[in-house]
Each structure stands twice: as C-alpha cells, then as structure tokens.
Design a protein around this ligand. Sequence first.
Ligand SMILES: *Cc1c(COP(=O)(O)O)cnc(C)c1O
Length: 220
Amino acid sequence: MGQILETISRLNNSLPKNVSFVAISKTKAENAIMEAYNAGVRMFGENKVQELGLKYENLPKDIQWHFIGHLQTNKVKYIASYISLIHSVDSLKLLVAIDKEAKKCGRVIDCLLQFHVAQEETKWGLTLQEAIQIVESDEYKKMNNVRIVGVMGMASFTNDENQIRAEFAEIKQNFDLLKIKYFQFAEFKHISMGMSHDYEIAVEQGSTLLRIGTTIFGNR
Ligand SMILES: *Cc1c(COP(=O)(O)O)cnc(C)c1O
C-alpha cells in the first residue's frame, strides 16, 4: 500500500465521525494529489491562486477546492467560479470582493472567518471584536452571494501543548459566541483548526475540519 493511501486510511479510521480533513496539497504535484483522490479524498486546500488555477484545470472536476491562505481582493476573481470554501476571510474588504465576484458567477460562496489567536505577528486573522464589526456592518447585511459557515484559525508554532490548547479553545469559544448571536442556522458548523503537528489537540478542542498537508504528502 502506498504511503499516501496508508495515511488517509489511518486518518479515516482514527478521526471522530464529525471531524473531516482537507488535504493541503500546496506545492505538491498532481500525481500525489491523484493518489489521495484515488484513496477517496475530495477536499483539497491550496494557498496560491495561480497554482490552484492550474490544478483546478487539470484535475477531476468533483474535487472541492478550499482556499486556505491570505487572499488578496484583486485575486478573488480568478477562483470565484469554482472555489468551494474560503477559509481565510480576514477583512470586510475581502468579503465585499468575494460577494461581488460570486455575484458575477451567479454563485453563493461559503466562507470562514479567520481568527488571529497565535502569538506570531505574522499570522493573519481577525479579533473577535473585528469579526463582530463585520457581521454587524450594513455592507455585510446587504450581501447575497457569500455565506459564512464557520471559523478558522491557527495556533502558535510551539511545543507548548497548553498554549496550543488554549488558542484552539479561544477559536471554539468565538465560534460558539457567533453561532448564538448571529448564525443560528445549521450550515454555520465549521471549525477549521488543526494541522499536521497539532491536529490531535484541535480535535480534542472541538475542531470539525482539519487542514492536513505534511502528514499526508510528506515534507514540502
Ligand atoms: C500549509 C498549511 C496547512 C497544512 O500544514 P501541514 O503542517 O503541512 O499540515 C494548514 N493550514 C494552513 C493555513 C496552511 O498554510
């Protein structure tokens, strides 16, 4: 059995029923993606618009492509016709652009609000207060072509499991608060947190959607 197939079987057998994973295929070749595809994976995540576009063109059309990196507003137009979930909404300006491009395509694009909870300055994302400002804004209320279906976040890159645990707990807490106050519908259900090195803690803290690259495809 190939390494990729083996890892995917192990993940499928070990994760709780309500937890799924996106295979993060950035920088990986199409044959590696096809190996995961043939093992049954349909959700793949990329963080570069151009690379994603090429893979979208060349690979099976029943793949659900997720965008996971910081997304520039002027690049939304290149992915709007096919993207299945954007994990990385970190400003009202970006949400406005997604709504506009989705409308041109006659689509409603599912999005997650990305939170900044890690200590690293470099990680993108919103504070809870900023997220609330977005969902309470008149601009957001007028949007018909985006649907916010959950939250996303990354923990600090550290060996301190307690810190990782606390940061994931904060993302979960933000999810719960937003759900009660603004999103009392079934589709608001995604908590995207957990990568190769910390997904077990993420599952313990309530993740529903893991973003796993290295564990599946090997080092980049
Ligand atoms: C690259 C990336 C991942 C996957 O990381 P691995 O450590 O390879 O599992 C997850 N989330 C985001 C936002 C990423 O950029």
